[in-house]
Design a protein around this ligand. Structure first.
Ligand SMILES: *Cc1c(COP(=O)(O)O)cnc(C)c1O
Length: 366
């Protein structure tokens, strides 16, 4: 028996008929940029996030970049980002020409905390980008209280938490903006690239709509130095088919997580901790062990695929060598990079596969 890390084919097969007819409809509409499919998905996604606006874009990286741009964040501004994240969070700040100010995560939840952000504020801090990492919400209410007091913009990197809740409130409408990726492996994934920004700020939403479309809302009239970052109508039509399934698919992930949490509780693995105010959506199920490499190899021998999220923190990547963050500067994220690994997780993981993973561990780390 082999246990795949994530089975995207099974996700496609479950909805293939509706997906194919949605794609065909979009093709036959004759509208290949923008149009009703895009508008319809934006309306549905805004409603799902309980936000006033959803502005679709081409991917999650550009969602972040456009959100920062919409709030005029650029050179001379400091932006606080987590040390433990996918590198897109850092790239978006770098591409705006703003200054990256890394903050270490909490060692138990892997998310940044209000206290750590408060300690990193200077007179130049303009914005904070909390990442709801691995599908677990960061304390967005606490961050918004700090932001109000210190006049900061908060942009949530929500690429891993479609459907998650913080104190009962769906992620996507609490901060100044939340940015989303519909990369195929995300909880709400397209069949190609896609992204969006949700916000309750009507002025910012209007700027985002301009920025994604060459700074223009009237052909050949350009009000802002924008970019080209649009969600294509075929992807929008397919996302509109998948969105109504998101809660059900997240519940299946919760079921897998519950089995892991119970089944692995008496091993020496460090399991994820969930704050009592958090409703996670288990984008990834990340565990820690000092003998990670040996365990991953032994699991592979038993047919179980695992991955590392992430093996090298952004500050140790060559792309950011010029920032001069030496080894040891951010010890929590460096330690996580040494000992985290992710177990198979997804809405199409068979429960007998989950049992297989648990059994394999019990043989290895009992
Ligand atoms: C996937 C992801 C992104 C970027 O999304 P793309 O659509 O691949 O550009 C940004 N931030 C985080 C935390 C992600 O996981």
């Amino acid at each position: 028996m082999t246990v795949p890390f994530l089975n995207l084919n099974a996700a496609y097969e479950e909805v293939s008929q509706q997906i194919e007819s949605a794609a065909l409809n979009a093709l036959r509409s004759g509208c290949f940029i923008g149009g009703p499919e895009v508008g319809n998905f934006e309306t549905l996604f805004a409603a799902y996030c309980q936000a006033d606006h959803a502005v679709s874009v081409a991917n999650g990286l550009e969602a972040l970049e456009i959100a920062l741009h919409a709030f005029d964040i650029g050179p001379g501004d400091e932006v606080i980002v987590p040390t433990n994240t996918f590198i897109a969070t850092w790239f978006a700040v770098a591409r705006r020409g703003a200054t990256i100010v890394p903050v270490e995560p909490d060692a138990e939840t892997y998310n940044i905390t209000v206290e750590a952000v408060a300690e990193s504020l200077t007179t130049k801090t303009r914005a904070v980008i909390p990442v709801h990492l691995y599908g677990q919400p960061a304390d967005i209410d606490g961050l918004m209280a700090l932001a109000e007091e210190r006049n900061l913009i908060v942009i949530e990197d929500a690429a891993q938490c479609h459907g998650a809740r913080c104190r009962g409130q769906r992620i996507g409408a609490t901060a100044h903006a939340a940015t989303w990726s519909f990369y195929p492996s995300k909880n709400l994934g397209a069949f190609g690239d896609g992204g969006a920004i949700t916000t309750n700020d009507t002025v910012a939403a209007e700027r985002m709509r301009l920025l994604r479309n060459y700074g223009s809302n009237q052909k050949y009239v350009h009000d802002l130095a924008g970019t080209n970052s649009r969600l294509d109508p075929i992807q929008a039509a397919m996302l509109a088919v998948k969105l109504p399934l998101l809660d059900e698919w997240n519940m299946r992930r919760q079921k897998v997580a519950d089995l892991y949490l119970t089944g692995l509780s008496d091993t020496n693995l460090i399991l994820p901790k969930v704050a009592d105010w958090a409703t996670p959506v288990w984008h990834l199920f990340v565990v820690r062990h000092p003998e990670r490499e040996n365990l991953m190899n032994a699991l592979r021998d038993r047919g179980v695929d695992t991955l590392i999220h992430y093996p090298i923190p952004p500050h140790r990547q060559s792309a950011f060598a010029h920032l001069g963050f030496e080894r040891g500067r951010f010890p929590i994220s460096e330690q996580l990079a040494q000992d985290v690994f992710s177990l198979p997780m997804g809405p199409h993981l068979h429960l007998e596969h989950v049992e297989r993973v648990i059994l394999a561990f019990k043989e290895l780390v009992a």
